[in-house]
Design a binder for this molecule. Sequence first.
Ligand code: URA
Length: 194
Amino acid sequence: MDRMDGLCVTDCTRCPALVESRTQIVDGVGPADAALLFVGEGPGANEDEQGEPFVGRSGTVLDDALRDAGLAREDVRITNCVRCRPPENRDPTSEELANCRGYLDAEIDAVDPAVIVTLGKVPSEHLLDRDVAVTGEAGELFDVPIAGETRRVLVCVHPAATLYDRSQAETFESAVRRAADFADGGGQSSLGDF
Ligand code: URA
């Protein structure tokens, strides 16, 4: 990918509406060889401002669930389907998702994670390439062809769903616990950090 330097997109103007609405491109964060790759939808206002995925309230929910599963945020890689904030936090269009797909595929290819965790409907449907009933399928693992490789994808509800509907919290947390079982050290690698 000519517009990527390692795992970072250096410049991109493929989506005119997103170029207009973004402050900066928000690349993935975390180890370049992480066992777990969490994929969200796209940056929100906080992420756009700080240049890092999942740093707002959703990020706190994710960090807490990771900690409860014995992992630190720094142990996993976190990225999004699109790297630029959509206006008014609307969902990315299918064209925007397609425009950004090469960057996501390149990141998946380079990181080569044991499991990809899709956070919410948009990334789940984008990577599984079908309709997904996220609440019903959360915690389930699927073998999915992605850019020429078979990847293991674990469906998860979006952390923000737990803020609007407390009944989603256990669904979210148990999917994160299941993902942690695939992390190096069985999800116990960073307990000492707490
Ligand atoms: N929601 C997402 O899907 N991604 C982020 O980075 C933040 C919130």
